[in-house]
Design a protein around this ligand. Structure first.
Ligand code: ATP
Ligand code: MG
Length: 389
């Protein structure tokens, strides 16, 4: 199996000495699954781990038996894990991010007094901002990560990232939102004497007035009140943004990128990696998920038909064989794509998880994924041989 040459490290090695692991990647590639499996594996090896998942489908929360959603990590019962066949030397904690609550908690923390916090939370601009689907998930995910980091209760935090259209949205969104909160652009806009008002205001005024007539929402008034309420808190946001950035850049942080073995997904991953590195963020490796493994190896494809013909009727044998060839073609394609990826990564870690037969919806599924992520070289070869068998 020459194409397995690049499978050299276990996630445990990559995360040695790390305190934060961020699993990024495009939509649907397996970020939630991988981050939970990583947390499980690190907890099995003795760490106290919290995984923050962003999974509106609540698949993993259900799988891990997390019924309550109080926006705080809760411990996954060791008995539940033991029943599924894994004993932990450490502890596994998990939470599902609730963006609105995280945002509210942040306001509570930075507001000078509870009355001001309550007023801000009632403000219409705030309501929109904290419930907006795009941006607020990314912003609050990072905010929650930072809060948990500061509390220092865990050895390792694993952050799943939201189902962004593009992997990079995740990095952009918090900056966009925090610079909005800092009010750099809008402060000038909402201060009637500000230069911004003079420039933007003239053009925007008729638009805002029209909006007010149609929607009944006085955006300018709301924005002015909002930033008035935020007041000095905006400098707090700037300070926090700087500390958050420091946390993300720390050598104890690892960004793992999850990708599918498809060409476009790999391109996006390589681009994401470049952006991370250019931004000084610690890229740690790539996980290629749902890889089809070569089932044929050096065997003659004709063998398959002969074998099937012995046990199945001709029509069925034909269909099964066709299915098999389709899979084989995908395996060849994945192999080529991953070879290109490995070359681009130039020795940086690349791990592969095979396409499993079933969806990952319970602890047994997570265990299966975790075995590939944490396998030593020889174990991995044996595991893949089992998939192939
Ligand atoms: N190796 C695998 N084999 C089979 N099914 C898998 C594998 N990895 C993930 N899946 C399935 O693929 C689907 C997507 O996985 P997951 O939710 O982890 O992706 P995601 O990147 O978090 O998606 P989103 O961007 O929507 O949050 C799930 O139904 C999951 O069970
Ligand atoms: Mg997800």
């Amino acid at each position: 199996m020459a194409h397995l040459d690049w499978l050299s490290v276990s996630v445990a090695e990559i995360l040695e000495g790390k305190r934060v692991c961020v699993c990024g990647g495009a939509g649907g590639v397996g970020k939630t699954t991988t981050s939970a499996a990583i947390a499980l594996g690190m907890a099995a090896r003795g760490a106290k781990v919290a995984v923050v998942t962003i999974d509106p489908a609540r698949r993993l929360a259900n799988a891990l038996g997390l019924a309550e959603l109080d926006n705080e990590p809760s411990r996954v019962e060791p008995e539940r894990l033991e029943r599924a066949g894994i004993e932990l030397d450490g502890e596994l904690w998990a939470m599902m991010l609730d963006p609105k609550r995280t945002f509210d908690e942040l306001i509570d923390r930075v507001a000078p007094d509870p009355a001001r916090a309550a007023e801000i939370k009632r403000n219409r601009v705030y309501e929109q901002l904290s419930t907006a689907v795009s941006g607020s998930q990314e912003f609050t995910a990072i905010a929650k990560l930072y809060e948990l980091e500061q509390r220092a209760e865990f050895d390792l935090l694993v952050l799943d990232t939201p189902p962004s259209r593009s992997a990079l949205d995740f990095l952009d969104a918090p900056t966009r939102l925090s610079s909005f909160l800092e009010g750099r652009a809008l402060k000038a806009f909402t201060r009637p004497t500000g230069a911004g008002m003079r420039i933007v205001g003239r053009g925007a005024a008729p638009l805002l007035a029209a909006l007010r007539r149609v929607t009944g929402v006085d955006l300018l008034a709301d924005l002015t009140t909002f930033f008035g309420l935020l007041g000095d808190m905006t400098s707090d946001f700037s300070l926090r943004a700087a500390s958050v950035e420091q946390m993300l850049r720390a050598p104890t942080t690892a960004f793992l990128l999850i990708t599918s073995p498809q060409h476009d997904s790999i391109d996006e991953t390589l681009w994401f990696r470049r952006t991370l590195e250019e931004g000084g963020l610690p890229f740690a490796g790539v996980v290629a998920n749902r890889v089809h493994h070569d089932l044929l190896g050096d065997r003659d494809p004709g063998d398959v038909e002969r074998l099937l013909g012995r046990t199945l009727n001709a029509d069925l044998a034909d269909r099964v064989a066709q299915n098999f060839y389709d899979y084989h073609a995908m395996a060849r394609r994945d192999e080529q794509n991953l070879a290109r990826l490995a070359q681009e990564l130039d020795g940086r870690p690349l791990l592969a998880i095979p396409q499993l037969d079933d969806d990952i919806h319970d602890i047994a599924g997570l265990l299966a994924i975790h075995r590939y992520l944490f396998a030593s070289d020889s174990e991995r070869t044996r595991l893949i041989a089992n998939v192939v068998a």
